[in-house]
Design a protein around this ligand. Structure first.
Ligand code: ADP
Ligand code: MG
Length: 332
């Protein structure tokens, strides 16, 4: 047998070392494969996951994304005293200047209200207060109370003027609850990307966006917390679900939940759950709420007219209605 040259021997050991190193990395990667952390913000559980990234960098990206979620929470919270929404809702002035970022989201809300024929409306806070969903003792308002609150509710009481002025009637009040989580998810996802995350997921109480690779996202069954209604791989698209099972109370055997029909001031009746897929989570979140209000017939029509939107509606009887394109995302 021919004697190996010292160089060949070195190469052999180097190769062995390289293989061992790759294996170790593989093992290391298995441990590090997925990092996950949850925190409470925006009145819900926020979950952030990062896959396949060096631990230290991943944790610091997750930290930065959570900081962004908390910033968005403070900026758009209805209850943060002296925040911009507090000012909009407590100042009797009819002209109020808001931070540019708040104005930008209000402009987005304006076009979503128009697109949804008024089903999505961030100016329902007088009604939301009357129902008291956030209070200790929510109750069905009397018809006088409802009429009064309806009079002060609705986007017609608000007008936006560039660059950052909001004109509103004295009693009009804003609540970003149907879009703030989606906005926070979009912002957090862009922070993860800035921090070098290639595969990450942000979930704000059911509004979800995931980047890179395959992901499995379960959609909760609206009447059984231990069951999933469907599982999807969103393939880079944003997902949002609105349901009648997150915030509700029962009175005289009837369920009263927090998604209100702006036309009547009453909880929208025809759906249990609506999931929308869109390019960004601001759109998905707002339209999940809007389609919920529209109900299965009008909601399906609306989604089918819009080629960028796919969705799944579970109606009041528990029957499913999905857009034709939804099937390509569904894995179960
Ligand atoms: P979730 O918070 O469970 O994801 P939504 O995104 O549908 O549900 O938001 C519901 C919240 O938005 C309510 O708690 C209320 O503050 C507000 N809201 C209720 N009805 C409407 C509506 N028609 N348009 C916009 N916001 C609404
Ligand atoms: Mg919503």
């Amino acid at each position: 047998m021919r004697k190996r040259s010292p160089i060949a021997v070195t190469m052999f050991f180097l190769a062995l070392f390289a293989i061992a190193f790759v294996v170790a990395l593989q093992f290391g990667r298995k441990d590090d494969d997925m990092l996950r952390r949850t925190q409470v913000a925006l009145g819900t559980l926020i979950e952030i996951q990062v896959r396949d990234m060096e631990r230290k960098a991943a944790w610091s990206a997750i930290d930065a994304a959570f900081a962004e979620v908390r910033r968005v929470d403070t900026l758009f919270s209805t209850y943060a005293e002296d925040g911009p929404v507090w000012k909009l809702n407590h100042d009797r002035d009819t002209l109020i200047e808001v931070p540019d970022e708040v104005f930008a989201l209000m402009l987005r809300c304006d076009s979503l209200t128009r697109a949804s024929d008024g089903a999505f409306d961030i100016a329902l806070e007088p009604l939301i207060r009357e129902w008291g969903f956030k209070d200790q003792d929510p109750a069905v308002p009397s018809s006088e109370e409802l009429t009064e609150a309806l009079q002060h509710s609705g986007w017609a009481h608000v007008r936006l003027e560039q660059p950052n002025r909001v004109h509103k009637s004295a009693d009009a009040m804003i609540n970003f609850g149907a879009i703030a989580k989606g906005y926070a998810v979009d912002r957090a996802v862009s922070v993860l990307a800035r921090e070098g995350v290639a595969e990450g997921l942000v979930n704000a109480g059911g509004e979800v966006r995931a980047t890179g690779g395959d992901w499995s996202i379960g959609i909760q069954h609206p009447r059984s917390t231990s069951e999933l209604a469907a599982v999807i791989d969103p393939q880079g698209r944003a997902v949002a679900t609105s349901g009648d099972y997150e915030q509700y109370f029962e009175q005289d055997g009837k369920r009263f939940h927090h998604i209100l029909d702006p036309a009547t001031g009453l909880p929208a009746r025809e759906c249990m759950s609506v999931t929308v897929l869109a390019d960004d989570d601001v759109t998905a979140d707002a339209l999940a709420t809007a389609v919920f209000v529209m109900g299965p017939r009008k909601g399906m029509e609306f989604m089918q007219q819009n080629p960028d939107i796919e969705g799944l509606i579970i109606d009041e009887s528990g029957d499913e209605h999905a857009t034709p394109g939804f099937a390509q995302f569904r894995t179960r």
